[in-house]
Design a protein around this ligand. Structure first.
Ligand code: SF4
Length: 501
């Protein structure tokens, strides 16, 4: 392929962490061809929109971004423009009707061919779609990261076999298939060798990881159970707790600090996975972060049934209770939909009661919008938009009060924070004494193991990105924590020569 040197690309990403990881992969593939990232689309020769179609609003956002980029095309000249992600997978050539200036469309299984597609456009081809599903039964890949980061997303499985009635994902990402444990562990070890200290294992339903992969190494646990009675992989297949333990125990991953994962379904959230959250001295997985994102969607059994979730709210609560028994400080987050067809005020009240009962740190809540092609789209969308919005606002406000309380309970504690970068909000910097402001130090942001955002000031002129820093929490809001570097703990860490050396 001819070179792309001196060319720049700009990728606009919408949607979930799977799309964020896919964008990173695309950026890395284009960089391998000699291209550099542009901060501004006006400076780019290649523009890609990585769109999400999980909600109507997300699709509109991707299409309106596409509309804005048309002004960069002038009489046939201008940047090459492509649309990918779930929007490309689902809408394919329909996209050219409303956006004739769009050059190509690709899908979720074809993004590795991105450089080739860009070349095809450079060679004069236009309006082609490359969005076939990969029909092979196995899944093998190698994680690609763009630039140095302490965190990396690692895709471990793709697709979803759950077919919740409202969800378009099984149609845009296909059937479930998983990488092998050996392949994932080697991939993680390679990332750790480059400086990665935290990984997030990704998939639509990571808890069903391993289905169809024979457990040739006889890893334990050999089969999974839960109170709902139906759990992902069968006995004799690889499974997710085996993967967590294999990463945690591999000597090549010794410098890894944290393992996270997302996303999951309560049906596949096994007892054996809950046991991974126990302290290491009691058989838990030492580096598993004390955070769980487990989407529940509604607090009402009647609504859960209509959503095709196949579990009851009592099952979910029992899972959270058992988890808290083993890991009292675990941070919990969830996804919720309000205004699903037939949802009554009483059903909605059950969702509010669920917030009270579980005490989530964080929720991701949305008003229901039908997605064409799903089973729920055939149901009457009978909750008026005004009611949906009122319920959404009430839910978010209610949750903020809960989070304010749970976050405030951390004040005075020392938490280990993995630094992600410089904080964007300079309020904390402005509040520092003059001497500190002039010290050359910076305000940094990072996350605790339980996934809470922490901002702190450090007078160190060195970059703290990727470092684990002990922070004494001094202030809390419903969204983040603020603190100070704990000098005593820091001195101990230095003596141990582990971090900040
Ligand atoms: S489990 Fe998640 S991705 Fe799969 S269908 Fe249900 S909501 Fe969609």
């Amino acid at each position: 392929m001819p070179s792309f040197e001196n060319q720049r690309f700009f990728i606009k990403t919408f949607g979930c962490q799977m799309n964020v990881a896919d964008t990173e992969r695309m950026a890395s593939l284009l960089a391998d061809q000699g291209m550099a990232a542009a901060e501004d689309p006006n400076q780019a020769q290649v523009i890609i929109i990585n769109g999400c179609s999980v909600r109507e609003k997300a699709v509109h956002k991707a299409l309106s971004a596409l509309g804005e980029f048309q002004f960069l095309k002038k009489e046939g000249a201008g940047p090459i423009i492509g649309v990918g992600g779930c929007v490309g997978q689902l809408d394919k050539d329909k996209l050219f009707k409303n956006a004739p200036y769009l050059d190509f469309v690709f899908g979720t299984d074809t993004l590795d061919n991105l450089p080739e597609m860009v070349h095809r456009v450079r060679n004069g081809e236009r309006h082609f779609v490359h969005a076939d599903f990969d029909k092979s039964l196995d899944y093998s890949t190698e994680t690609k990261v763009f630039g140095f980061k302490a965190q990396a997303f690692v895709n471990i499985m793709k697709g979803c076999d759950k077919y919740c009635t409202y969800c378009i994902v099984p149609y845009t990402r296909g059937k479930e298939k998983s990488r092998t444990i050996d392949e994932v562990v080697s991939d993680v070890a390679r990332l750790v060798a480059t400086g990665v200290r935290e990984i997030t294992l990704l998939g639509q339903n990571v808890n069903s990881f391993g289905k169809g992969n024979p457990n040739v190494r006889g890893r334990v646990p050999s089969e999974l159970h839960n109170i709902i009675g139906k759990v992902g992989p069968r006995a004799g297949e690889e499974n997710f707790p085996q993967l967590l333990r294999a990463i945690d125990q591999d000597p090549r991953c010794a410098d890894l600090q944290r393992i996270r994962f997302t996303s999951s379904h309560p049906l596949d959230f096994s007892d054996e996975l809950i046991e991974c959250y126990a302290p290491a001295s009691q058989g838990g997985v030492a580096r598993l972060a004390t955070h769980l994102h487990l989407p529940v969607q509604s607090g009402s059994n009647a609504v859960l049934q209509k959503m095709g979730r196949h579990h009851q709210i009592e099952n979910y609560i029992a899972q959270m209770d058992r988890l808290r028994e083993l890991s009292p400080d675990v941070g919990l987050s969830t996804d919720l939909i309000v205004g699903f067809p037939t949802e009554t005020d009483a059903d909605f009240q059950k969702t509010i009661e669920l917030l009270d009962r579980v005490q989530f740190d964080n929720i991701y809540a949305f008003a229901y919008s039908p997605r064409p092609g799903t089973r729920a789209a055939k149901m009457k969308d009978d909750v008026p938009a005004k009611v949906k919005n009122e319920r959404l606002v009430h839910l978010l406000n209610y949750q903020i009060k809960i989070a304010e309380k749970t976050y405030a309970s951390r004040i005075g504690k020392v938490l280990e924070v993995l630094v992600e970068g410089e904080a964007k909000n300079d309020k904390l910097m402005r509040s520092q004494p003059e001497a500190q402001k002039n010290s050359g130090g910076k305000v940094w942001t990072g996350r605790t193991s339980c996934n809470r955002v922490v901002n702190f000031f450090s007078d160190s002129p060195r970059s703290l990105i990727g470092k684990m820093v002990p922070i004494r929490i001094t202030k809390a809001t419903g969204l983040s924590l603020q603190g100070e570097v704990e000098l005593e703990s820091l001195a101990a860490e230095r003596v141990a020569n582990r971090f900040l050396s």
